[in-house]
Design a protein around this ligand. Sequence first.
Ligand code: PLP
Length: 422
Amino acid sequence: MSASRHPALSATDPELASFVAAEEVLQAQTLRLIPSENYVSAAVLEASGTVLQNKYSEGYPGRRYYEGQQNIDRVEALAIERAKGLFGVDHANVQPYSGSPANLAVYLAFAKPGDTVMGMALPMGGHLTHGWGVSATGSWFRGVQYGVQADTGLIDYDAVRELALAERPKLIFCGGTALPRTIDFAAFASIAEEAGSILVADVAHIAGLIAGGAHPSPAGHVDVISTTTHKTLRGPRGAMLMCREEHAKAIDKAVFPGLQGGPHNQTTAGIAVALHEAAQPSFTAYAHAVVANAKALAAALLERGFDLVSGGTDNHLILIDLTGKDVPGKVAAKALDRAGIVVNYNTVPFDPRKPFDPSGVRIGTPSLTSRGLSAEHMPVVADWIARSVDAAAKGDEPTLAAVRAEVADLMAAFPAPGLPLP
Ligand SMILES: *Cc1c(COP(=O)(O)O)cnc(C)c1O
């Protein structure tokens, strides 16, 4: 399979080529439910593996520190124009290497070490880079954290306001990695205005939903939008920072020369293609199908007795709380993996267990929707999850093997974008 798809690689480095071929098979045959993952199109994959890789281009289009930029400038300008059009923003920087460095650039642009910054606590669903202690953003800055209400699993905007007014943070981050509900950007905006803070919407997870009109947009409400390009947006691994014109200089200076050297032009090309794809009507349908699938899957899991944080989902993500079951998150996640269902274990809000051995499993529908599965398949998926978690509790390996075969069967009927047919 790999020899024909990657002839040069197979000839030069058969060992490495065999790893890639095995990963192709794994991605084709398994049900991938990690909500931050997806399948990029063949076009994005091609664009990300071009000779643009060979070029150094520190600076920005028209203002480079290296010559020979006539094509690179066009690639980056195209990505920028597409980002601005798709998200309705004045300015876009498409150079951040990934979501974490993009966020670090925001700190560099607006804050000084030691300044107070505010974000959602990691165990509540926030991201490391929103001022959490083990991250540079939590050790170089003074992070203060908000969370969700214990009874509803929802953000308490009054508590966020209270904390913001008491702490007057330089930066407020909204968004996260395990939030199954819609973010109220207008509410955050009024809080940030009262507190005199720069407001950052980190939409890494939901950028594709926003582009497709399946989640409200932060544009017009926030100072900076930070996003990865490889989650629901279905582009290559990378990131973008978008803002109003007034912050454009600060953001650009922070990314380069503040934090990075030469941009990864092959990634910029992949981002441009992904943004083009995301502007098509088919992507609007995709984004809505992601949410419809997540809602159908949540309903089917509830019917099978699962406890879901916040009681369900508004977006692509579901956080299963296993505290009421006999199986902790990690044991369940590993059993699901043996059943061909790839998830990640995750803390749930107010988790009684430790972060490396938490009570939750985080799942999402971006990847299965990219393969064309629809709401009618979600009861089957929920059944597989229920049987696997049950089997994990009983140490029932034959059931996990049986589910794995059923999963591979269904997956064979829904080829993944960018992958060879199984
Ligand atoms: C994924 C994610 C990031 C980090 O992106 P990386 O590319 O993994 O560095 C940042 N913020 C949020 C909210 C994320 O979900």
